[in-house]
Design a protein around this ligand. Sequence first.
Ligand code: SF4
Length: 358
Amino acid sequence: MPVNISNSSILDVGLIYHEPAVLEHPRGREILERFPDAERRIVRSHWNIPGLHGNEGAVAEWVQIKRTVLVLGVKKSITTVENGRSADFIAPGHANGCVMACVYCYVPRRKGFANPITTYVNIEDICRGIRRHVGKLGPKTVPNQVDPRYWVYDIGCNSDCSVDALISENVRDLYDLFGELPDAKGSFATKFVNRDLLDYETHGKMRIRFSLMPPSIAKVVDVRTSSIPERIEAINDFVEAGYEVHLNLSPVIYYPDWLRDYAELFQMVNDGTSEKAKRQLQAEIIFLTHNEGLHEVNLQWHPKAEELLWQPAMQEKKISEGGGLNVRYKRGTKGKLVQAFCDLLAREMPYCPVRYAF
Ligand code: SF4
């Protein structure tokens, strides 16, 4: 049945590229039925769609492409990757790409910068892959900072699950999978408040990590996302709905008044969350890593954001695992920034342990 997607300013699918094999999958047919008015174009592969991927010149059209284009594909490589920070493992992705346009986002680096959402329709293969991986591990016997009891799988590393849930039931299927797995739970970070997720059965096995930063900075760098007050307001509701809610304080960006603004942000969390939410809250802290190629592209469409992100005097270069040229705060400087940030958090939100900071 066609669905009425309430937030059509975020997503209003008018064109669907899909591989021919998508029609062989129930999820593929279901998604096509959800958007009956969308034009369909068959492509050989969800990778490298001419005119869509890798076209850094199409800056002016990005937002329009993100809002109106959807790609459907069949995921070939079902791999789980070890993580050890936000999660124990990164689950094989059920989607790739995003309708939002955060200026520091690393997700577009593989598929080019317009990078609308690709949804993978073979969710059964993805669930089977996770099930097999957890099965080989057996129970978690040594608690770690990620979780004392369960193996945690990040299901939103290359997309934002809150938006993916507007497109298909993939996210709900993953909730149900973790509900069945005795030794594992799911987790994802998000910058979009999708209240439909409050009705999902979490089975007590889903951790949502709301990303927060000072509202004045989010207005510049978190393009097309839910506002920071909206994200904070959602915390209590998600806790009441059975989620474990953590904070993803990321990316932390240095600028002259950063600690003053973070103190205000932490006060907003103090004022906006219930005792019940506070008792279970934890935080992960990730300082900004930027990228030289992304910097060049951003200068074309959002130079104001680059004034915050690109600070060569404070940053050093580092070749990323994928071979790109990343920049991050210089080693000595960063240690001091991390310490100052953790001290502030401990002072302002003493109830909120830090899972990790780097
Ligand atoms: S919400 Fe996440 S995936 Fe989407 S653009 Fe922002 S950082 Fe990237």
